[in-house]
Design a protein around this ligand. Structure first.
Ligand SMILES: Nc1ncnc2c1ncn2[C@@H]1O[C@H](COP(=O)(O)OP(=O)(O)O)[C@@H](O)[C@H]1O
Ligand SMILES: [Mg+2]
Length: 259
């Protein structure tokens, strides 16, 4: 495990930063101090863990995105020195989730003071896209490592659209739609089930909006896994709206996975 600290330079607006001699060295030493404390905290949980420390000077989001290119997983907190705006996740965590090169886990609990939950199932959101496929692989692995059940959730409707259509003389057999969606989900999971026979899998198909359905299902989970983007992918990078909303409102850690 690599502990990483970015030393952010003093804010000088658009003026260039000129630091007195020795300032950078002092800043870096502060960073190492922070990381030594982090190392102690890590060893309390897992005494045998191999730890390295890295301190760099620069913007946290940009440096972490760079670091993520050489990592299997990046783990961030949900908020930091930037203060507290509701329960919304901080800008570094959002930025790295959007642009990181590896899966990003944002560790969060129900409240700011509560540690993230460490029991309950892993939940994964499956929309049928290639990107959510990567999330499914990550989620099976996570459930297998923890020895807990995996709940795969697929939601297939936007209720507001459903209501709009219901005023028209339009005959949709929603039971048939639900059956199709269940088949779709089962197909998406088939290969992974074979690869992870040890994982107890529950498949949940909900006629609900994705954010609401996933938040409700993850209420007692220890990890919620989603793709960085989904079916709606507009061209370009960044986070889909479902992933973003979950980062901000989940009560358990959220893993954002990209292929
Ligand atoms: N209908 C859905 N059912 C289950 N999970 C979903 C659904 N829609 C999105 N997700 C989850 O959220 C991730 C991001 O999708 P989303 O935010 O909708 O991005 P986009 O805007 O590109 O569609 C998906 O990879 C998937 O894990
Ligand atoms: Mg979508």
């Amino acid at each position: 495990m690599r502990l990483f600290h970015a030393c952010v330079l003093p804010p000088t607006g658009s003026r260039p930063v000129t630091l007195p001699g020795g300032a950078v060295e002092a800043l870096v030493e502060c960073g190492h101090q922070v990381l030594r404390e982090a190392e102690r905290a890590a060893r309390e949980v897992e005494p045998g863990v191999e730890v390295s420390r890295e301190v760099r000077v620069g913007g946290a989001a940009a440096l972490l995105i760079e670091e993520s290119a050489n990592a299997r997983m990046a783990v961030l907190g949900s908020h930091g020195l930037g203060g507290f705006e509701g329960m919304l996740v901080g800008s570094v965590s959002v930025g790295v989730s959007a642009h990181g090169h590896c899966p990003v886990v944002v560790a969060r609990g129900r409240t700011l003071d509560e540690p993230p939950p460490d029991r309950g199932p892993v939940v994964v959101g499956v929309d049928g896209s290639r990107i959510s496929e990567a999330a499914v692989g990550f989620a099976f692995d996570a459930a297998s490592l923890r020895g807990v059940p995996l709940i795969a959730v697929h939601t297939w409707t936007d209720m507001s659209a459903g209501e709009t259509w219901s005023v028209l003389p339009f005959d949709i057999d929603y039971d048939e739609v639900a059956e199709d969606e269940r088949r779709l989900l089962a197909e998406r999971l088939a290969g992974w089930r074979e690869k992870y026979p040890d994982v107890e899998l529950r498949q949940l198909v909900l006629r609900d909006r994705p954010v609401r359905g996933l938040l409700a299902t993850a209420e007692d989970a220890q990890l919620l896994v989603v793709g960085s983007r989904g079916r709606g992918a507009l061209k370009g990078v960044g986070l889909g709206s479902v992933s973003q909303a979950l980062l901000h409102h989940s009560v358990c850690p959220v893993a954002v996975v990209r292929p």
